[in-house]
Ligand binder design. Structure first.
Ligand code: NAP
Length: 474
């Protein structure tokens, strides 16, 4: 019987929670998983949920059965790993579907892939959506942030479901259509790039507390807790406080102290950096964060480095940096990171022909997603005033930068002097200083380029392209 309003393929971490969320909000949903035993496990888990959620779930053991159980015109969410799995799943599913049935890729696809799949769907005259979903397992279950991409008419077909399951900020759903093709997955990618940078800035703050000020993990946790009450209020600062204070039951030691300092990554930070280079919208704090994860992976090289050069004496002299300085430095770093992320979104939107709804992007990130924070509401206000203005020039954030860049400089200066690596904070300061220097040093670069390659340069005192008097030196 075709009774389900929607279907979902892929009952992994995200898919299972998303399916339960959809059922909980009152929508009948059919589910399918490649490993069919997982579908039984999922149904057993759903049966233990409060309410009658499980009664709206229809388990299926074959794609044909899944398709037959969904009311026409169908909508089916894919929640499988990005890449080949999505193409394989589309290839298996499409022949079973009618021409107006909608496939929705809700994984972390590379937006170039989503552009291609959307173009293929267009050519075949079938509907397709690529949506970014953020919030991890908890968000998927109780309210993620959703960034939609594809034809607006396709979004409108399922927006009532996506809005119902999304997080809410003061009653407003954190689910928005961002534009055609891969726009939703692009916004999700930049979200993740910002997430990398936010996490790295916090980790550098932790490093200063631990190595610079000599604090134990629990003490660091208390500092994060206090910061979470102020301007830095955010999910990431909140969980940093929690993970810092957790104790390993096996050893009785702080969990943080027994975790190997090697960070993993799945690619979205790297994609953000690659795309920023493609469109010429620099994101140096995000670049530093991605590079820091890569350097963290070189555990043996870092050990060899310490053996060869000795570890820097990282303890800071008494009073060199206060906890208030660190908090202000993190505020400045965070503003620089988001200014870069939003500038990338603005430039990429123009490059790829999307009218990205800049304030709405900040709005859907206010709840549900990993980078949710109180500052995002202020960013949404600033972007409503002027969607194309770099956030560091919005009066609200310019005031913050005026108040905090001194602390950022103090913290970076002390870190550099005492060998504490702070690549993301340094990148934030470098960006700030560069963006407030009217007369930079690229005149030297231009002179060098003209010298060795006759690339020409512009003059301050005359129009047009010029060459230097390099003569036989060239
Ligand atoms: P997961 O727990 O590893 O689950 C993957 C699911 O995809 C499983 O149900 C698996 O089925 C299925 N699958 C894998 N390869 C397949 C294939 N070739 N054909 C059909 N089904 C296949 O992954 P996840 O964490 O839920 O992530 C799913 C997507 O959401 C990814 O794109 C991920 O990047 C994205 N995402 C994840 C998070 C997160 O916090 N985890 C957050 C946002 C977005 P089997 O059971 O048969 O292996």
């Amino acid at each position: 019987m075709s009774t389900s309003e929607i279907g979902l393929i892929g009952l992994g971490t995200m898919g299972a929670m998303l399916a339960m969320n959809i059922a909980e909000k009152g929508f009948a949903i059919s589910v399918f998983n490649r490993t069919t035993s997982k579908t039984d496990d999922f149904m057993a888990l759903a049966a233990r949920e409060p309410g009658d959620l499980a009664s709206r779930l229809t388990p299926t053991k074959a794609l044909e059965e899944l398709v037959a159980s969904i009311a026409k015109p169908r909508a089916i969410i894919l929640m499988v790993p990005a890449g080949a799995a999505v193409d394989e799943q589309i290839a298996a599913l499409r022949p079973l579907l009618d021409a107006d049935d909608l496939i929705i890729d809700a994984g972390n696809a590379n937006f170039h892939d989503t552009n291609r799949r959307a173009a293929e769907a267009d050519a075949a005259g079938v509907p397709y959506l690529g949506i970014g979903v953020s919030g991890g397992e908890e968000g998927a279950r109780h309210g993620p942030s959703i960034m939609g991409g594809g034809k607006k008419a396709c979004w409108d077909r399922v927006s009532h479901i996506l809005e119902a399951i999304s997080a809410k900020y003061e009653g407003q759903p954190c689910a928005t259509w961002m534009g055609e093709g891969g726009a939703g997955h692009f916004v999700k990618t930049v979200h993740n790039g910002i997430e990398y940078a936010d996490m790295q800035l916090i980790a550098e703050g932790y490093g200063l507390l631990r190595d610079g000020l000599g604090m134990g993990a629990a003490e660091c946790g208390k500092v994060f807790e206090a910061w979470n009450e102020g301007t830095l209020q955010s999910y990431l600062v909140e969980i940093s406080g929690k993970v810092s204070q957790a104790i390993d039951p096996a050893t009785g030691k702080p969990v943080l102290d027994i975790i190997l300092d090697r960070a993993g990554q799945k690619g979205t930070g790297r994609w953000t950096v690659i795309e920023s280079q493609q469109v010429g919208a620099p994101v140096p704090v995000i670049e530093a964060a991605v590079a820091a994860r890569n350097m963290s992976a070189a555990v043996d090289t870092r050990k060899a480095g310490q053996d060869l050069f000795g570890a820097a004496p990282q303890a800071l002299p008494e009073g060199a940096v206060t906890i208030e300085d660190l908090e202000a430095a993190l505020i400045a770093g965070k503003i620089m990171c988001y200014a870069q992320g939003f500038a990338l979104l603005d430039t990429a939107g123009a490059t790829y022909g999307w009218s990205l709804p800049m304030p709405a992007i900040a709005e859907v990130w206010r709840e549900g997603c990993i980078i949710r924070s109180s500052m995002l509401n202020d960013m949404a206000s600033a972007l409503r005033e002027d969607p194309a203005r770099n956030l560091m020039f919005a009066p609200y954030f310019a005031d913050f930068m005026k108040k905090t860049h001194g602390a950022l400089r103090k913290v970076v200066g002390a870190s550099v002097a005492h060998g504490i690596p702070v690549p993301a904070m340094s990148a934030a300061l470098g960006y700030f200083d560069t963006m407030r220097t009217a007369r930079g040093t690229a005149n030297m670069v231009q002179a060098q380029r003209d010298f060795f390659g006759a690339h020409s340069f512009e003059r301050l005192d005359a129009e047009g392209a010029h060459h230097g008097p390099w003569g036989s030196h060239a």
